[in-house]
Each structure stands twice: as structure tokens, then as C-alpha cells.
Ligand binder design. Structure first.
Ligand SMILES: NC(=O)c1ccc[n+]([C@@H]2O[C@H](COP(=O)([O-])OP(=O)(O)OC[C@H]3O[C@@H](n4cnc5c(N)ncnc54)[C@H](OP(=O)(O)O)[C@@H]3O)[C@@H](O)[C@H]2O)c1
Length: 241
């Protein structure tokens, strides 16, 4: 049995997705700190009822408390976060550009790049951004976790440029009850965005080539997790569900 300590999770955003992920991670045995735009006391008022066991924090304290940071705030507000303090962290980008909610954001509207590539460029160079959890709805994230090997276990894309960070996030995804599917780099992550065919459509990994395993052009580097056709199964998968 592995004795590797689990990473501590820090979640920016105590809304629909932040609370869903906090509940899942706490249930799976992770230590979770979570912050909203208010004070830790404000957030505690939410977590007490909606994510018992998650530890409310002030957003500026979150990077010092956690190993893996999750950004689960509206995209229009991510620049308010303590981005500089994310240096050296694995950061999971759960965000989507959703104009009915975000309004029109010129830097995302006019850019011919995936949103996560723009977010990555706003972080310190040593922060390792991975996109995941964004293409399922918050209630699907809560309802669909299954034990490893279950025939109806659904897949979650894991996209990033740093293979070690992608592998770490894949293990977290697996622990939370989903099959992680290697989905290429951040520059390719437009296939996971809100206007893509995968958004809100959960599918088992066996039928999920739509979020990964795509053929590579000659000369392109091998993307994370695709050397062996997928991620190695971790030992701590959510066996209770
Ligand atoms: N809803 C879904 O099903 C879903 C699924 C996948 C991905 N997403 C993406 O996930 C992100 C969050 O969506 P959501 O539906 O969870 O939004 P939401 O319910 O509106 O919650 C947003 C949360 O972000 C917090 N926040 C805003 N600014 C902050 C700041 N500067 N520091 C810390 N926290 C801050 C808000 O806190 P206050 O209330 O204190 O302002 C609130 O707790 C969006 O980018 C969305 O596209 C959503």
C-alpha cells in the first residue's frame, strides 16, 4: 500500500463547482481549504452547510496552505486571485468562458487561443496549469463518480503541458471517481471548451476518444499519458462509491 501523502487541495471559489469538488475531495479523504471572494468567516458560513469538513480560508492564504490549487471562479474574475503566489504550484483550471455569465471579455473573445493558454500566461512561469473538471456540470461531478473499473464510470479530460503535473491531477481525478483521459496540451484544450461537443456530455473512457488519444503530427512531442495509451491506475481510487 502506498504511503505517499495526499496533496492538500486549495479551491478558489465556493460556488456551484467549488463546493461540488470540495465535497467530493473531503469524502475521498483529502484535506481541502476553500475560499470565496469574502473573508474566511464568510466562506465558513457556506461550508458549514454545503461542504462540511472543508476548511474555510482567506483567498490570499490559500497558496500557502495547499499543494494543488483549483481555480473555480467565474473567468471574468480570475485576475483578482493572488496569481503571483501560485508560483511553484500545480493549478487546475476548471473555468470556462461563458458570455451569458461572464459578459463579453475582450481578451478571450478576440484571442485565437484556448482560454487555458491565456490563463496560463497570466500565472508565474513556475506554476503548472492543468485543465480538468470543466466539461461536466457541477451536478454531474457530484452524481457520476464511480469506483475504478465500474462499467459506467465516466471520463474526465486532463490537459496540460507539464507531464508530472498532468499525472498528479490524473491521480486526483481517479481518486474522485472518474477515469482521467490524457487530452493533450493547453494549446489543444479548445476541444474541451463550453462550445465543444464534449461539454456536459459524460461518456465512459472506452468511448471517449473525443477528449484524447488523438493522432500526432510527425515531429510533435508525445503528449502526457499517451505513451501507454492512458494513465496508470492509482491505488487510492474512490472504491467506496
Ligand atoms: N456551474 C457548472 O456546472 C460549471 C461546470 C464546469 C465549470 N464551471 C466553471 O467554473 C467556474 C465557476 O462556476 P460556478 O458555477 O461554480 O460559479 P458560481 O456558482 O457563481 O461561484 C463562483 C464562486 O467564485 C467566487 N469568487 C469570485 N471571485 C473570487 C475571488 N476573487 N476570490 C475567491 N473567490 C471568488 C465566488 O465568491 P463570492 O460569491 O464571494 O463572490 C463564488 O463562490 C466558472 O468559470 C464556470 O464556467 C462551471
Amino acid at each position: 500500500m502506498s504511503t505517499t501523502p495526499r496533496p492538500v487541495i486549495g479551491i478558489f471559489g465556493a460556488g456551484k463547482v467549488g463546493i461540488a469538488l470540495a465535497r467530493l475531495a473531503v469524502d475521498t479523504g483529502y484535506t481541502v481549504h476553500i475560499a470565496s471572494s469574502g473573508t474566511a468567516a464568510d466562506t465558513a458560513g457556506v461550508t458549514r452547510y454545503f461542504a462540511p469538513g472543508a476548511l474555510a480560508a482567506d483567498g490570499h492564504d490559500l497558496p500557502a496552505l495547499a499543494d494543488i490549487l483549483i481555480i473555480a471562479v467565474p473567468l471574468r474574475r480570475f485576475r483578482e486571485l493572488p496569481l503571483g503566489a501560485m508560483a511553484g504550484h500545480i493549478v487546475i483550471d476548471v473555468m470556462n468562458y461563458w458570455p451569458p455569465i461572464d459578459g463579453t471579455l475582450p481578451d478571450f473573445e478576440t484571442a485565437d487561443r484556448p482560454t487555458s493558454a491565456i490563463v496560463r500566461d497570466a500565472l508565474p512561469a513556475s506554476a503548472r496549469l492543468v485543465k480538468s473538471f470543466n466539461h461536466l456540470c457541477y451536478h454531474q461531478l457530484e452524481e457520476l463518480p464511480r469506483p475504478a473499473g465500474a462499467s459506467d464510470r465516466v471520463s474526465l479530460a486532463v490537459a496540460g503541458n507539464d507531464c508530472a503535473a498532468v499525472e498528479t491531477v490524473a491521480a486526483f481525478v481517479d481518486d474522485l471517481g472518474f477515469d482521467p483521459v490524457p487530452s493533450g496540451s493547453l494549446e489543444e484544450s479548445n476541444m474541451l471548451e463550453a462550445n465543444s461537443g464534449v461539454f456536459g456530455h459524460p461518456r465512459p473512457a472506452s468511448t471517449a476518444p473525443h477528449i484524447g488519444h488523438r493522432p500526432r503530427r510527425v515531429g510533435q512531442s508525445t503528449p502526457c499519458g499517451q505513451r501507454s495509451g492512458g494513465f496508470a491506475r492509482t491505488s487510492g481510487s474512490a472504491a467506496r462509491r
